[in-house]
Write a protein that binds this ligand. Structure first.
Ligand code: F3S
Length: 394
């Protein structure tokens, strides 16, 4: 049975309001189901699952109920994931759909969340430090937090991360416990992994074939885009929450000798994953970059490249934070580039964009787009995708 502190009991009794009591009930119910021993304080929360395309009206009402019940963020940093539409209205949406989505944003804001509308909270001030306990939903961000920042979080569901934000508490379970963070298998990669598509393929390979926590060994280029693609892919194609990466994961040196099982793979093994999806062998209808979201700096670099060739010949979508400036979005529009502020194709209504064949560099997008939106995906790295955008004959 979970041991509750006095503060936990006070939450349950309603001392901090109706919404906080409800949030604590959620945390305690799950703690009991998992047989967690106690609750622990957290310093950060990140909430996913707020796109109306996913949660519908029932989800909106639940979030509004927490706000009207006096729910308030009780952690130093609390941010939220992308929504179902871009904030500048480039994507098709009805008045009613936007109204519904706006109600979610308003309710979250009232509770004290920062509406960054991005899956890379670590780029926007929600960057927990080594060893801090946090409650994040959004698998790609969870993997980044554990594997790059050395923070401690399980893969929480959106509503649990929300409840954790309103109480400042989470159950001590899974990778919150040091002993549960010990790697299980050493994955020796014989060839160097040097671009983001290859990184994503390694991540997908891990998701498909590796059980337990992997510790990678080999030459993996210290490139942020590669790293994000690798981690996001492992989270999408599998259920991982932590991967030890040489030169990246802060606790790598401490734990690397504790692994007893080894597996060797080569570039050829990971390229087999590419066969499941398909390379850039044909002309796509459109191109998509930004799963996980790309930072403003990369948006600007891509725009620069596309400007050099006089604009993209096919629609080019880039997903990024809801905080990107309107001026960048408008400049991009002139180059046939749609900068999607605060959303992404996966959580949006992609089926209404009229796109059937989408080229991307993201193995996470390659997992979800065919399954959720029945879209054919073709893969290329950023360099190849920009070249395709500049030379398409469509
Ligand atoms: Fe982010 Fe959407 Fe991909 S939320 S990780 S861009 S599926």
């Amino acid at each position: 049975m979970v041991k509750l502190d006095r503060i936990d009991e006070e939450f349950l009794k309603g001392r901090f309001g109706e919404a906080a009591a409800k949030a604590m009930e959620i945390i305690v119910t799950i703690a009991e189901a998992l047989d967690a021993k106690q609750l622990i304080p957290i310093v950060s929360a990140h909430v996913s699952g707020i796109s109306v395309s996913n949660i519908g009206e029932a989800g909106v009402l639940l979030i509004e109920e927490l706000a009207s019940g006096g729910g308030k963020v009780r952690v130093p940093a609390a941010t939220v994931n992308p929504i179902g539409f871009d904030v500048y209205g480039l994507l098709p949406r009805t008045h009613e759909e936007w109204e519904l989505q706006s109600r979610v944003i308003k309710a979250l804001q009232e509770m004290g969340f920062r509406n960054i509308l991005s899956c890379t909270p670590y780029d926007y001030g929600n960057r927990p430090t080594l060893g801090s306990h946090i409650a994040w939903a959004e698998s790609s961000a969870v993997l980044y937090a554990n594997s790059v920042l050395g923070a401690y979080t399980n893969r929480e569901g959106g509503i649990v991360a929300l409840a954790a934000a309103l109480t400042g508490r989470i159950y001590e379970w899974g990778v919150h416990i040091k002993e549960e963070r010990v790697p299980h298998v050493r994955l020796e990669i014989s060839d160097s992994i040097d671009d983001e598509l290859l990184g994503g393929l390694v991540g997908a390979f891990i998701g498909i074939h590796i059980e337990g926590i992997p510790l990678l060994k080999g030459s993996i280029a210290p490139d942020e885009l590669l790293l994000r693609n690798l981690l996001a892919a492992a989270g999408a194609w599998g259920n991982h929450s932590l991967i030890y990466i040489p030169g990246v994961t802060p606790e790598y040196e401490k734990v690397r000798h504790s692994v007893t099982r080894s597996l060797s793979i080569s570039k050829r093994d990971v390229l087999e994953v590419l066969d499941r999806v398909g390379g850039l062998t044909d002309e796509p209808d459109a191109i998509f970059i930004g799963c996980p979201h790309v930072h403003r700096n990369l948006v600007n670099r891509i725009l620069e490249k596309i400007r050099e060739c006089g604009g993209s010949r096919i629609p080019f979508y880039i997903a990024t934070c809801g905080c990107i400036e309107r001026q960048i979005v408008e400049q991009a529009r002139k180059l046939n580039v749609m900068v999607l502020a605060g959303t992404c194709p996966v959580v949006s209504n992609l089926s209404r964009w009229g796109v059937k064949r989408l080229a991307t560099n993201s193995m996470k997008a390659a997992f979800y787009l065919p399954r959720r939106h029945n879209v054919e995906v073709m893969l290329g790295n950023l360099h190849e995708l920009v070249a395709a955008a500049c030379s398409s004959k469509r």
